[in-house]
Design a protein around this ligand. Structure first.
Ligand code: NAD
Length: 458
């Protein structure tokens, strides 16, 4: 067992077993913490907050950079835990990404603003921030929550996903080695603990990344504490491939926009609308890439696709593909488990001749499956792309980038990419519209989301 994992994992008789996503072997035991443990964590985080805020921006940023350096120094160890728990290839890449985002928040400047004569707008700490996260990028998304909150002088209590607690506990262990006590605390509990955290009277802000269904429950919980919310919820991102697109030029980016992290990405390409004139060529190009992409354990760095992280998500993926098949869609490649690799492997799947009323189009698959939908008229494609309740990301693909930018203006999404899909940057705000949530992360906007405002008038 690696040293970092040994630090956070409990004995078999006192913790809950956590399985390797690829092999289903037990990799360690996570604490089973309760609402009583949560009470202690919130009380300690509240007590620690004023001194943390009093350190000031420069000192907090210095400490955050120290943590970032230590995450980089432990990236292989932390990455191994991520790969075990989550299944992804090259977990160390996620660890390095987390360090990069932490530095990004440390380096971002948010100055008070001078307003009308004699008035200033200041950004001040909120207090204790609750972070509730998912299992697809457990460490990266935890840092997306932690970094701006710390930078703005808040302390945090984090509830990791019950599917991937050990990597987040290991991350928090690294933070704790450099920060004052109780500035960042993880409580490894179930949904009940998450619900209690969201409703806790001493929580000033909740940053939540997860499903739309849970996001709605968090809105209800926060009616009690009136906590401010940043909600990064589910996505069902559409892409539109325009007539005249040079398919071979964009095929790799189309494929990886959908299949990065084995499709378990909030802002992955999840429905692709392709003009009839390039439809068959696009389907063939995507299928060729699906067949060529090495699938297997994330521990083997020559693989590019790994397992689905958990059995419930695997069942969703299999159900959506089976439903499409029954409706007469064409399963061009994949469409079945890769059982010889392990119980949670599913072959990368391209579905053609599928319509908007198939569940794989209107529901979020969050796995290695892409439905490719034919269209004849661009206005019709825009209407259909906007036809789901989510609005996280979208993309437009074509040789004429001005035409693509015009279409981007008409798509209901927090981000629209052109000739790419899914890229994010620590300085570029990211967030959803419609049922994909509200509030922004990253950059100056991300810092503002972790602060209260105060006007001072002279
Ligand atoms: P989930 O909603 O099932 O769980 C997320 C977290 O919420 C877990 O920690 C869980 O324990 C906790 N939780 C559950 N019920 C709760 C309650 N009533 N109150 C408080 N907390 C509660 O989501 P998941 O399956 O872990 O993640 C997958 C989903 O997350 C997908 O829909 C995906 O699109 C979305 N996601 C969105 C983004 C984004 O940035 N928009 C990023 C990653 C994932």
């Amino acid at each position: 067992m690696n040293e970092l994992l040994a630090t956070v994992s409990l004995d078999a008789d006192s913790g809950r077993p956590i399985l390797d996503a690829a092999t289903r072997a037990v990799i360690g035991h996570a604490p089973v913490q309760t609402v009583a443990d949560l009470e202690v964590a919130v009380a300690e985080a509240s007590a620690a907050q004023p001194a943390w805020a009093a350190l000031g921006h420069a000192e907090r940023a210095r400490l955050m950079r120290l943590v970032a350096d230590d995450i980089d120094a432990h990236a292989e160890e932390l990455g191994e835990i991520i790969t075990q728990e989550q299944g992804k290839v090259a977990g160390a890449g996620e660890a390095h990404g987390a360090a990069h985002w932490l530095r990004g928040a440390a380096d971002t400047i948010l100055e008070p603003q001078k307003l009308a004569e004699g008035s200033e707008l200041h950004y001040v700490p909120l207090g204790v921030v609750a972070s509730i996260g998912p299992w697809n990028f457990p460490v990266m998304i935890a840092v997306w929550h932690i970094a701006p909150a710390l930078r703005m002088g808040n302390t945090l209590v984090i509830k990791p996903s019950e599917n991937t607690p050990l990597s987040v506990l290991a991350l928090v262990e690294i933070f704790r080695r450099h920060l004052p006590s109780s500035v960042v605390t993880a409580v490894s509990g179930d949904r009940e603990v998450g619900a209690a955290l969201a409703a806790h009277p001493d929580i000033a802000k909740i940053v939540f990344t997860g499903s739309t269904a849970t996001g709605r429950r968090i809105v209800e919980s926060s009616s009690a504490n009136l906590a401010r919310l940043t909600l990064e919820l589910g996505g069902n991102d559409a892409g539109i491939v325009l007539p005249g697109t040079d398919v071979e030029t964009v095929a790799d980016k189309l494929f990886w926009g959908a299949f990065m992290n084995t499709g378990q990405v909030c802002a992955a390409l999840k429905r692709l609308y392709v003009h009839d004139s390039v439809y068959e060529e696009t389907v063939a190009a995507l299928a060729a890439r699906a067949e060529a992409a090495p699938l297997g354990s994330g521990h083997d760095k020559t693989n590019r696709l790994g397992p689905v992280q958990n059995p419930a998500q695997f069942d969703i993926v299999a159900r959506l593909v089976d439903d499409a098949r029954i409706r007469g869609a064409r399963i061009v490649t994949g469409g079945e488990p890769a059982a010889e690799l392990g119980p949670l492997f599913y072959r990368p799947t391209i579905i053609a001749d599928v319509e908007d009323d198939a569940a794989v189009v209107y529901e979020e698959q969050f796995g290695p499956v892409l439905p490719v939908i034919r269209y004849f008229d661009v206005d019709d494609a825009v209407r259909r792309a906007n036809g789901t309740e989510q609005g996280l990301g979208a993309s437009v693909w074509g040789a004429d980038t001005d035409a693509a930018a015009d279409i981007a203006q008409r798509l209901d999404a927090g981000t629209v990419w052109i000739n790419q899909h899914g890229g994010v940057d620590p300085q570029v705000p990211f967030g959803g519209t419609k049922a994909s949530g509200y509030g922004l992360e990253f950059g100056v906007e991300g810092l503002k989301a972790m602060a209260a405002t105060k006007v001072i008038r002279f």
